[in-house]
Design a protein around this ligand. Structure first.
Ligand code: NG6
Ligand code: CA
Length: 518
């Protein structure tokens, strides 16, 4: 069904036609508002079990829940990958990230990963008549590999389909720690130019490694380069003092930009990708959220993100856009506790289980790596329901193309608008999932993890990665926690899935003789 043709609303702008005879009629005298707005709210490292509507009992997320309980709450919604960059690549290009060798966790000065000639979700929406915007975390590279941060940083989001882009380049723990407004570092003083380097420090500049006395947050692994706001980061940076973000204000800052975007574009169809930075490290709740979860900063920033979503929804309501806006809510990968800083995430966890019933977490081929909260909400158009259909963020491309009446397709995105809208329960038949360049296959209720060398557990983050020297086969319907490996007891299913995996990946799984210890 093409929803864009359903509701034709012609509105005469107030008084625009009533001017004196001498006043020429305004160019846009008649406005068409025929297409629903689309907002993708995307969290960073939010786990399947981090949302109360998904079963969290120790943490309350009333605003995430409002979407989950008032929309389609998917129990098998997947990111393409268990880390950020590839997942965002899958979401925005509608193609599997493992097709692009470079789709791995990027440094803050990495070149733009998406080709400017490549089809993207915002380009497709743009061609369908939408204004397109991104606010928040980017982490898909910028420039051509040799960026001068003191000039317009290009190519970037504007060159791959976003009319408006207010972003941080990579992650909150990576330099440059500045906001970028349509390619320009926001608030940059030309007399204090920014320099960024990921290989070596700038002479005389303090680092987390050498200047522990300057730190307000201690690093655990990695994260011992330049110090900004007392927090040691990944990568070295010099200059740009006035432009540096204040970590505790970041949530409010991005929220205000997302709200302003909505207000500015409420009279035209818009597509907004609102990419929050929480609960990725460094976890820096604004003081008014400190202590609110009883779980330390990780819980507090989830409460903060929930509040941001609530405020954002209020803006849609105030502007009268709720019935005309489809909201998709999800996360780029699964949860992690200690991701490189001493921030009490482990110590204050209590009874909370960020992965819910799933095994693994961020970086893992087990379910918790990629199976994340995934919600579609549209007041008056989507009826509340829980859907067990398998759906992937990559499928938003095809599904939104159906919504806006575009016939543009990508290699891997499946058009699933009826599934997204809760009208159909059959989702994807098969889905290749990725975690740090390893892949596995989900087919219906079945999960195949091929043999991989490498540690079974990443000892730094204390997460089971899914590596084993033999095949792993799980029936997710009966064994959501992937505890019973059925590879030996169900050789037919194993064979069928290995064959399918080989076709989809274009290569057979590797053989592994021995597992590495760490
Ligand atoms: C890792 C970082 C981790 C996080 C991750 C990216 C170290 C030791 N660890 O390399 O802290 O930044 O990259 O996370 O540096 S993601 O969600 O953006 O993929
Ligand atoms: Ca992430």
């Amino acid at each position: 069904m093409n929803y864009s043709k359903k509701s034709l609303l012609l509105a005469l702008p107030a008084l625009g036609m009533l001017g004196s005879c001498n006043t020429a009629p305004k160019k846009e005298a008649v406005k068409e508002n025929v297409k629903p707005n689309v907002v993708v709210i995307y969290l960073d490292d939010l786990g399947y079990g981090d949302v109360s509507a998904y079963g969290a009992t120790e943490l309350q997320t009333p605003n995430f829940d409002k979407l989950a309980n008032g929309g389609v709450r998917f129990t098998s919604g997947h990111a393409t990958s268990a880390t950020c960059t590839p997942s965002r690549y899958g979401l925005l290009t509608g193609t599997y990230p493992w097709r692009n060798e470079k789709a791995r966790i990027l440094k803050g000065d990495a070149p733009l990963l998406i080709g400017t000639d490549q089809m993207t979700l915002p380009k497709m929406m743009s061609k369908a008549g939408y204004h397109t915007g991104v606010v928040g975390k980017w982490h898909l590279g910028l420039g051509d590999g040799n960026v001068d941060w003191n000039k317009r940083v290009t190519p970037g989001p504007n060159e791959v389909g976003f009319d408006y882009a207010y972003i941080m380049a990579a992650t909150q723990d990576r330099v440059p720690t500045v906001y970028i407004d349509n390619g320009h570092v926001d608030g940059l003083d030309p007399n204090d130019p920014i320099q960024v380097d990921y290989r070596k420090n700038f002479e005389g500049e303090p680092t987390g490694k050498d200047n522990p006395e300057m730190l307000t947050m201690k690093w655990h692994h990695g994260h011992n380069n330049s110090i900004v706001n007392g927090i040691p980061r990944i990568g070295f940076m010099k200059g740009g003092e006035k432009a540096k973000w204040k970590d505790v204000d970041m949530a409010d800052h991005f929220l205000a930009k997302a709200q302003a975007y909505v207000k500015e574009h409420k009279n035209e169809p818009f597509f907004l990708y609102y990419a929050l930075q929480q609960p990725h490290v460094p976890r820096t709740p604004h003081p008014r959220f400190v202590g609110k979860s009883g779980m330390g900063p990780r819980g507090d920033v989830i409460v903060e993100a929930d509040w941001c979503v609530g405020e954002f929804l209020k803006t849609l309501e105030q502007e009268g856009l709720m019935e005309n806006t489809l909201i998709v809510f999800s996360s780029d990968n699964g949860p992690v506790l200690n991701d490189g800083y001493h921030d009490d995430a482990v110590e204050k966890l209590g009874d909370h289980i960020p992965a819910g019933p799933l095994r693994g977490g961020k970086y893992s081929l087990f379910q918790a790596g990629t199976r994340v909260p995934f919600i579609a909400y549209w007041k008056g158009h989507i009826q509340p329901k829980v859907s067990d259909a398998v759906i992937c963020q990559m499928d938003l491309f095809g599904s939104l193309a159906q919504l806006v009446g575009s016939d543009i397709k990508t290699a891997d995105s499946e058009p699933m608008l009826d599934v997204l809208m809760g009208k159909k329960d059959e989702g994807r038949k098969e889905l290749v999932l990725e975690a740090t360049s390893r892949t596995a296959l989900r087919m219906g209720d079945w999960m195949l993890i091929p043999p991989y060398k490498g540690a079974a557990v990443n000892k730094w983050v204390n997460i089971e990665l899914g590596n084993d020297k033999g095949y792993q086969l799980y029936n997710l319907k009966e064994d959501i926690g992937e505890k019973n490996n059925l590879a030996d007891s169900n050789p037919e299913k194993l064979k069928e899935m290995i064959e399918r995996y080989t076709v989809l990946r274009g290569k057979a799984p590797q053989k592994v003789k021995k597992l590495e210890l760490h």
